[in-house]
Design a protein around this ligand. Sequence first.
Ligand code: FES
Length: 210
Amino acid sequence: MSRVKCEHCGYVWDYRGRGVLHTTCPRCRLKVKLPKEAVGRRGAEPGVQGRGDLVNRVLEDFGYDGDKLIQILIRLQKELGWLPMEVLREVSRQLNVPLSRIYPIVTFYKAFSLAPRGRNLIRVCMGTSCQVRGSQMILERISNLLGISPGETTPDLRFTLETVNCLGCCAIGPVIMVNDEYYGNLTPASVTKVLERFGVKAPSLAGGVG
Ligand code: FES
């Protein structure tokens, strides 16, 4: 922790970040140069330095406000694609919010992931409307093609497969989302074509299944 004084408004506070040259004054919101001892901590955790810088930046953007914990976690999830434990520990440390409060949040909301996610996120709707239209077959086809179960990521980090309860477009079920795109009225054959667009090969389907 370092004592920092804002050169603009004179406000003094305890800076708990590490590894950046500047920070933002919590009072006047102007950029403030950090003292040497704060910057000198750069490299204290070489394996996580990039993530540490990101945490600092995000916390500064939200004014180190513990009441904005969920928004902070959403931003970190968006930037990193997942929430590594060392990131959660750093958020906990700098906000002075116990991990026991952070952990239930990141495990409750599906938007958060505690494991690396693939570059392509596939969400299969398993809501009632999609289920009666065959979403189970769609899920099984995708699962077979990728070789993973729901909640898993392919070893090459290309795909993560998830199920959701409704994607909000029940009339065109069964529906999946790949990243931000919706695909509806699917059959096992058509979902195979969708995945082929993302480079998935389906050699086992030579017999024309689906
Ligand atoms: S139940 Fe599948 S989109 Fe609503």
